[in-house]
Design a protein around this ligand. Structure first.
Ligand code: ARG
Length: 472
């Protein structure tokens, strides 16, 4: 849902006295957060309705007052959604803007802030906002996992070299490589979920720092806003000073986002390599690439490059938050206003990267011929030749050495490893039989990799089926 923010130019709070216009506007512009925290409006209003309902329950608001407040807030909601609400920077933030406008329209609005401070209010709004965002990110994560599994299924049977040190190592199914990212993203999803356990606790009632002398029913508010455990019991913060100044949940969120961004960046790097002429393993659809303004032949993998690049800002946001917090004395300090943009940016960036990466992969095909050519490199099966000797009883270290010598011999004779004659091999170790050459049959080699987690034919099939089921 896109809501447009209409923000007026700041007008000075006071027009009289020596500093009438200049510094007044300057200070307002420096201190305002409405230009970004207007995004919290929905959660701010939800929180206010829950708080007002509680004030009514404990006898601090009359029924008519509660009704007027709720009606007023609902009307403001509609106006914000329609982009008609005018945000005023001189009122600093989303909390003051909404409350001031409500009070202008509804006299009972002046009672809304009873027993509440912007300090616990903003802590609440951000918890609600991040909680919703985690839900959205989970959906995007699953969609990308699905794209990876689909791509793996579309290219089932395609082999590529697996790389270590970016040097050819051993053959793997292309799908196996993609499924590695499905696993990473699954851990990211579980980290986001896990963060909810600590985030989903209601801070309202902590006031500015020291709670309230009024008999606020915190559990009632918590229940209204879904701050409950698995058995529906309300969860409220247990220390008012911690409650107003805790930003752990934002840091956890940004840390998980940063790790997800790193995973996406690694995937992007693989895509970029694969799309190069040197690898040529994949073709990205034109719509997900860009040309060069100078070189007519160019087709650049910009989506992947930007995803790789944007990981930098998501990591940066985490660093900014940690730095923001580290020297703050208890409790609320205005510095904390700086937390929101970092959290918003991490959420926006990670969601865009997830969505675009999925879309790009849905429009990418594998180049079977180039993959086959690369995977046919017999050196990829040198380790299989070692295993052959191991099966004949040769100690692994010895077998490794013998095959090393075979590789060197092939190089010297300018032959491929699989072109060494049985006599050449026998000359290196008596355990080599006439059947040694069979090792280089790639399809048979893939059937042999049949333990859990290995890229064997059966195993990869099993994993694809497992993920297809899990992601239904
Ligand atoms: N806009 C403020 C923030 O984001 C809200 C809390 C203001 N509290 C205060 N004591 N000035 O942090």
């Amino acid at each position: 849902m896109k809501v447009q923010a209409r923000i007026k130019n700041s007008t000075p709070v006071s027009r009289s006295g020596r500093f009438a216009n200049g510094p007044g506007a300057d200070v307002a512009n420096f201190s305002e957060s409405i230009s970004f925290d207007w995004r919290l409006w929905r959660h701010d209003i939800l929180g206010s309705i829950a708080h007002a309902s509680m004030l009514h329950k404990i006898g601090l608001l009359k029924t008519t007052e509660l009704k007027a407040i709720i009606r007023g807030l609902e009307r403001i909601s509609v106006e914000i959604e329609a982009g008609q609400f005018i945000w005023r920077p001189e009122l600093e933030d989303v909390h003051m803007n909404i409350e001031a406008e409500l009070t202008r329209r509804v006299s009972a609005g002046a009672k809304l802030h009873t027993g509440r401070s912007r300090n616990d209010q903003v802590a609440l709004d951000m918890r609600l906002w991040v909680r919703d965002e985690v839900g959205q990110i989970q959906t995007e994560l699953r969609a990308l996992q699905r794209s990876l599994v689909d791509f793996g299924s579309r290219s089932e049977g395609v082999l590529i070299p697996g790389y270590t040190h970016l040097q050819r190592a051993q053959p793997v199914y292309f799908a196996h490589h993609l499924l590695a990212y499905v696993e990473m993203l699954d851990r990211d999803a579980s980290r986001f979920r896990d963060g909810l356990n600590r985030l989903n606790v209601c801070p309202l009632g902590n006031g500015a720092i020291a709670g309230s002398t009024l008999p606020l029913d915190r559990e009632f508010v918590a229940r209204q806003l879904g701050f409950v455990d698995g058995r529906g019991r309300p969860l409220v913060t247990q220390n008012s000073m911690d409650g107003v100044s805790d930003r752990d949940f934002m840091i956890e969120f940004c840390a998980t986002a940063a790790l997800t961004a790193v995973h996406l960046s690694r995937l992007a790097e693989d895509v970029i390599l694969w799309a190069s002429s040197e690898f040529d393993f994949i073709r990205i659809a034109d719509a997900y690439t860009t040309g060069s303004s100078l070189m007519p032949q160019k087709k650049n993998p910009d989506i992947a490059e930007l995803t790789r690049g944007k990981s930098g800002r998501v990591i940066g946001n985490l660093m900014a938050l940690l730095t923001l917090l580290k020297g703050l004395p208890m409790t609320y300090n205005r510095d904390l206003q700086e937390d929101k943009e970092r959290v918003f940016d991490s959420a926006d960036t990670i969601r865009a990267c997830l969505r675009l990466t999925a879309a790009m992969l849905n429009h990418t095909t594998v180049n079977t011929t180039a993959c086959r050519l690369a995977a046919d490199d017999p050196q990829l099966l040198a380790t299989d030749l070692v295993d052959y000797l191991v099966r004949k009883g040769v100690p692994f270290r010895k077998a490794h050495h013998v095959v090393g010598a075979a590789v060197a011999l092939a190089e010297k004779l300018n032959l491929s490893l699989n072109e060494l004659s049985p006599t050449d091999l026998k000359g290196l170790d008596r355990h080599f039989g006439a059947d040694a050459g069979n090792i280089f049959n790639l399809d048979a080699a893939m059937k042999r990799r049949n333990i859990v987690g290995a890229p064997g034919t059966k195993q990869v099939r099993r994993q694809l089926v497992r993920w297809q089921k899990r992601l239904q």
